[in-house]
Ligand binder design. Structure first.
Ligand code: GDD
Ligand code: MG
Length: 325
């Protein structure tokens, strides 16, 4: 069965200050870290061995996910001292696997950008890859504005004819959705311990040299949570309009959570508290009468009684403004 690699080493710059202490893939949406949603999707497709390619705040992942047995999976961790870019990260992660054995058995790798929530069928993408005997098969979706993404034109067989990362005048609305099937030989061709971008080097080079790179188009739920607005949307979508709260969380009388808010486990919500369109971590205490709107409250924070927290990032050590972009 295919092996998964999750790219979770980026700095999450557009999400600052939310990513000051938490790497982007560990931010909770709908009560669970983005990475956990992705692991569950991988498992559903039968992928049980997954390598987390970490760099920035790498130490946050291991205490939460451990060896993966809690999810019935086998997790391994690759750590880049300095970020190696998406291609370098994939090559570095594959060092934890016997690549020659993978080649002999034609065992594919499924690579996931670590900040994407996607409901597409990974199993169907793998099937499409095998049918085409492709080197790489990219999941493609269509978006209204393709400028912030990798733009991917294909021919009528689904063969990729160019890969154009972030361009001002996109030639198509079909974009790279950030989930790739790689044949094992393509991974061993990426140089080890060098900064390499798959988007700017590997994909365009393979396409230009006529290698079989395919696009698997499936238009299902898809979201890159890379900005605060997108992160809140992702969480709201998962919570489905109402609100969600984790185990052990208690609500005082007349408290109200709305607008797709999600609240973690073991929180104490005081009397008359209002929570709107917000993401609250685990072990948070909120004093009576407080209002929390459009805010991100990190695990372990404490909110004073009657506090008005609007568009804020609150952690046990920081209290900062969230810019909406
Ligand atoms: N391990 C590791 N090392 N991971 C990295 C590194 C690195 O040096 N650099 C980035 N990543 C991870 C990030 O953590 C993220 O999960 C993923 O790679 C993609 O990086 P982003 O910074 O989120 O890229 P983007 O959103 O601008 O663009 C990418 O995703 C789009 C779809 O959401 C590209 O792949 C686009 O082509 C694509 O359309
Ligand atoms: Mg992204």
């Amino acid at each position: 069965m295919a092996i998964g690699i999750l790219l979770v080493g980026g700095f999450g710059t557009r999400l600052k200050p939310l990513t000051n202490q938490t790497p982007k893939p560990m931010l909770p949406v709908g009560g669970l870290p983005v990475t956990e949603h992705q692991l569950l999707a991988a498992k559903k497709a039968g992928i049980t061995t997954v390598i987390l390619a970490t760099s920035y705040l790498s130490e946050v992942f291991i205490p939460y996910f451990g060896d993966g047995s809690k999810w019935g999976m086998q997790l391994k961790y690759a750590v880049e001292k300095e970020p190696l870019g998406t291609g370098g990260a994939i090559r570095n992660a594959a060092e934890l696997i016997d690549l020659e054995a993978a080649k002999a058995e034609d065992e594919e790798f499924v690579i996931f950008n670590g900040d994407v929530l996607s409901h597409h069928s990974i199993a169907a993408q793998l099937e499409f890859h095998r049918k085409n005997k492709a080197d790489i098969t990219l999941h493609l979706i269509s978006v209204e504005d393709a400028r912030a993404f990798g733009c991917v034109p294909t021919d009528d067989q689904g063969r990729v004819t160019a890969f154009l990362e972030k361009m001002d005048n996109p030639v198509t609305n079909a974009i790279n959705a950030g989930c790739y099937v790689f044949s094992p030989s393509v991974i061993s061709d990426i140089p080890l311990n060098k900064v390499v971008s798959v988007e700017r080097e590997t994909f365009p080079n393979l396409v230009n040299s006529g290698r079989p790179v395919f696009g698997y188009s499936e238009q299902s739920y898809w979201l890159d949570i890379g900005t605060p607005a997108a992160l809140f949307k992702g969480s709201r979508d998962l919570v489905n309009g109402a609100f969600a709260a984790g185990e052990g969380t208690t609500f005082g009388p007349d408290s109200l959570a709305t607008g797709g808010s999600s609240i973690g486990a073991n929180c104490e919500i005081g009397q008359g508290v209002r929570i709107e369109n917000s993401i609250i971590g685990d072990n948070v205490k909120i004093g009576a009468g407080a209002l929390i709107r459009d805010s991100f409250i990190l695990h372990g924070s404490e909110v004073q009684a009657d506090a008005q927290i609007v568009s804020k990032y609150l952690s046990p050590t920081e209290n900062l403004e969230i810019s909406p972009a």
